[in-house]
Write a protein that binds this ligand. Structure first.
Ligand code: BES
Ligand code: MN
Ligand code: ZN
Length: 487
């Protein structure tokens, strides 16, 4: 989507002219046909609502569109503005029109708010058409350009900033949308190396031999059944004060999860190409933070493996030794995400001494049972960190819901033969997975685990995404850093 700025629409206006409006407060200067039409259509300006009608302005017939952004005092107003922009894109994407005007002046928004509308508009237009060689005409997108008229001072800078976030979200979506024959641990790293070239971020890669030396028996155990070698990728952005302990983001990057010898059933297994969505979100968030030159020290770590069944694969009952020295009885090779994360968590703590850690993982199917596709679960050992994340979630639209941790759950992981087993019982599966990870957090470092299993992929279009990869997590982590680590 191309975004252009100009002073006014007077000279020549595109056919579609959009305005963003507040809920329950239709502007008084609307042409009568539009205000009465909107009321007759029960348009109230709720987030995501759009009404349009044709009207004559200065002798020209225009299609005037009203996009609702809800109430400005709400914690989620920023997300609602994105949603308003996205709803406009969704409506006109394949309408035949190539340009839409956004009447920023009449919308009465400030620079950042205008940029939020544009961010939503751009993100909703994203699609991965790479593998479609035969799109029918009516499937082809026609809307390519938004002309922003009368934007307040500072909008261009705010848009520069928002564009960095857009590129981060789009990078995550690309990584998640790509199938597992294209994105596997090595090619995930290569894509990042290409994308981060000349950005100022530093990339560190560990291969099998180096991980072997470090004693990462849990992560490497998962990769044993795959022809594809495993990798750890660290993306470093040191935009803050020298010597300030960094924030660490850690992502589960299982580029395909067959379950291993504890093989998953066939139907739906194709979904497990997006079992690297946590790592994808970390890479995309690091790109956004790097491109907008965030004033903060941040390390993004991706644990990259493929979980396949094979003659060399781990068996149920095998015992592996993690980098932390703790031993794990692998009772189910399909509970592999925690095995990848535990070594990535130990490594990031030993290597970078982070002030706090947030991990993201498509860790448990149980998370879909409890929260569906509306919230990711958050598990944390630190209430302040939890509150900061919940707040950033509401603001960004990447919503979170908190779950408990407790010694009683932790006990469910005790093994008769090793330090722990990799599965709990039948119940509280998302919590026992989080308890497993907590066993690898040293010295009570503030840590939060986000189980994003229900969020990285959508079967139907949502607030700012089409069906497919959502880019969940990028705006959440970006907002979290803005709020807490750039003062
Ligand atoms: N990647 C899956 C979790 C998952 C399942 C995410 C479905 C999204 C949709 C994870 O590796 C897994 O297989 N977890 C098991 C754990 C169980 C064996 C304790 C699960 O949730 O069934
Ligand atoms: Mn699994
Ligand atoms: Zn998995």
């Amino acid at each position: 989507m191309q975004i252009d700025f100009r002073d006014s629409l007077k000279a020549d206006s595109p056919r579609i002219v959009a305005r963003v409006v507040m809920q329950d407060k239709l502007p008084s200067d609307l042409p009568r046909a539009i205000s009465e039409g909107a009321q007759a259509s029960r348009f109230t300006g709720k987030p995501g609502q759009v009404f349009d009608g044709f009207t004559e302005i200065d002798g020209v017939v225009v299609r005037l569109a009203l996009a609702g952004a809800g109430k400005p005092d709400a914690e989620g107003y920023h997300a609602a503005l994105e949603r308003a922009g996205a709803a406009l894109t969704a409506k006109y994407l394949t309408s035949g029109e190539s340009t839409m005007a956004l009447d920023a002046e009449a919308s009465g928004l400030d620079a950042e708010q205008t940029a939020a509308v544009l961010l939503g508009a751009r993100l909703r237009a994203w699609r991965w058409d790479h593998y479609r060689t035969k799109l029918r005409d009516e499937q082809k997108r026609t809307l390519k350009r938004i002309v922003v008229a009368g934007a307040p001072e500072g909008t261009k800078d705010a848009w520069e900033d928002a564009q960095a976030v857009a590129m981060g979200v789009e990078f995550t979506r690309e990584l998640v949308a790509e199938p597992a024959n294209i994105i596997y641990p090595e090619s995930f790293v290569e894509r990042c190396q290409e994308r981060f070239k000349d950005t100022g971020a530093e990339l560190v890669v560990l291969d099998d031999a180096e991980m072997e030396k470090l004693g990462m028996g849990a992560l490497l155990g998962v990769g044993l059944g795959s022809e594809r070698p495993s990798r750890i990728l660290a993306i470093k952005w040191m935009g803050g004060k020298e010597g300030d302990a960094p924030t660490a983001f850690v992502g589960k990057g299982v580029t395909f999860d067959t379950g291993g010898i504890s093989l998953k059933p066939g139907p739906g297994m194709e979904d497990m190409k997006w079992d690297m969505g946590g790592a994808g979100a970390v890479a995309g968030a690091m790109l956004a933070l790097t491109l907008r030159k965030a004033k903060s020290n941040i390390i993004g770590v991706c644990g990259l493996v493929e979980n396949m069944p094979d003659g060399r694969a781990m068996r149920p009952g095998d015992i592996v030794t993690s980098m932390s020295g703790q031993t794990i009885e692998v009772l189910n090779t399909d509970a592999e995400g925690r095995l990848v994360l535990c070594d990535a968590l130990t490594w990031v703590q030993q290597e970078f001494k982070p002030a706090r850690i947030v991990d993201l993982a498509t860790l448990t199917g149980a998370m879909l049972i409890s929260l569906g596709h509306e919230h990711a679960g958050v598990f944390t050992n630190n209430d302040d960190l939890g509150d900061d994340l919940l707040h950033a979630g509401k603001q960004s639209g990447d919503k979170l819901w908190r779950f408990p941790l407790a010694p009683e759950y932790d006990k469910l992981l005790d093994s008769p033969i090793a330090d722990m087993k990799n599965i709990g019982g039948r119940y509280a599966g998302s919590i026992t997975a989080a308890q497993f990870l907590q066993r690898f957090i040293e010295d009570d470092t503030p840590w939060a685990h986000l189980d994003v299993a229900g969020m990285v992929w959508a079967d139907k279009p949502g607030a700012t995404w089409d069906k497919g990869a959502t880019g969940y997590g990028v705006r959440l982590l970006d907002r979290f850093i803005r709020n807490t680590a750039e003062g």
